[in-house]
Design a protein around this ligand. Structure first.
Ligand SMILES: Cc1ncc(COP(=O)(O)O)c(C=O)c1O
Length: 333
């Protein structure tokens, strides 16, 4: 990720110089032997975005880097559910880079209860947690509600949307596509908001104005939520980030496995088998669904022999942290 080292008058590096966190970028591209692919003449490689940074893995780094640079050390306010990976990543960035963070958390019933491990980690990283009822949370982008929520943050706070997906986040994900351009024909990625896919597709493409089959790789999004709304979201994110459509991308909506955070036994069994075959731990809510989709498509004969497939490993499974036990909520509404 492009980061600029900026210096204050006294020569100290500003908080938003992310390069001092030493991200592993470009992330490794690891070929794997998998007979479900090789017997059809396909190659499969894993783009190990999960190895970019232990606290800001995968698309968290790609999506936050330009936003944190824009925040330039100001307090950051953002939004998420009780188990949000995004909230955890912002809290960790605040701890590592030394800026205050505020998390608006969906569900005022959580206030006053012991924090779950995910929120406990946010709090341990110094994030101020503000619990809001679901109606307020839904209205978080309305100007009046937004103003009210901003009052809970230090003055001048920079706002990052839920899931971290905005124009800068999409632009940050372009670099993921560029790292793969010319090295992959189809690149599969799991989708929540679609921000990662929007940027990936742009980076894979040889450039705006190129014909759809202009030699760039194709991005394949696997939504983990039900609903069929994601195509419009990806188009809107590309409009915001680039002023129009970019790249060649498609969605396969069949692999949400019942919806967000649903992990039916068949998905778990698939993921365990993949772990045993390839010796890496698979995050279930996003990465497992993408791998299931890509493997199913290969088995359906969706790709011609010779196709170079890449699966983007956008995150890692949770690991329990030693210092983050349950704690009371620090702030509520
Ligand atoms: C591990 C992982 N993969 C994929 C995604 C989906 O990313 P996006 O919301 O940009 O579609 C997320 C959510 O941020 C995630 O945590």
């Amino acid at each position: 990720m492009r980061t600029r080292a900026r210096h204050t008058d006294n020569g100290r590096v500003n908080a938003f110089d992310l390069s001092r966190l030493r991200p592993r970028i470009p992330s490794p591209l690891e070929p794997v032997e998998d007979e479900r692919f090789t017997r059809r003449g396909l190659t499969l490689s894993l783009k190990r975005e999960d190895l970019i940074h232990p606290d800001l893995p995968g698309n968290k780094w790609r999506k936050l880097a330009l936003n944190l640079e824009a925040a330039a050390g100001r307090p950051v306010l953002t939004f998420g559910g009780a188990y949000s990976n995004h909230l955890r990543a912002v809290a960790a960035a605040g701890r590592l880079l030394g800026f205050p963070t505020v998390g608006i958390v969906r569900g005022d019933e959580l206030a006053g209860r012991p924090l779950n491990p995910s929120l406990a980690r946010c709090a341990a990283d110094g994030m101020r947690l503000v619990f809001v009822d679901r109606a307020t949370y839904r209205a978080k982008n309305d100007p009046a509600t937004r103003a009210m929520l901003l009052e809970r943050a230090p003055a001048g706070a920079y706002v990052v949307p839920e899931g971290g997906s905005n124009a800068l986040a999409v632009q940050g994900c372009v670099e993921l596509g560029r790292e793969l351009a010319g090295r992959a024909d189809t690149v599969a990625v799991a989708c929540g908001t679609g921000g990662t896919l929007a940027g990936l597709a742009a980076g894979l493409s040889p450039g705006p104005g190129a014909p759809p089959a202009g030699g760039g790789g194709r991005a394949l999004g696997v939504p983990v939520l039900k609903g069929g709304f994601l195509g419009g979201e990806v188009r809107a994110l590309q409009d915001a980030a680039f002023g129009g459509p970019r790249g060649d991308w498609a969605l396969d909506e069949r692999f949400h496995c019942g919806g967000y955070a649903r992990v039916p036994p068949a998905l778990d069994a698939f993921a365990r088998d993949f772990e045993a075959r390839h010796g890496l731990a698979i995050e279930r809510l996003y990465v497992a669904k993408m791998l299931l989709g890509l493997t199913t498509l290969a088995e359906e004969g969706a790709f011609p022999a010779g196709t170079r497939l890449v699966a983007v490993v956008t995150g890692a499974p949770d690991t329990p942290r030693q210092d983050g036990g349950a704690q009371p909520a620090v702030s509520s509404r």
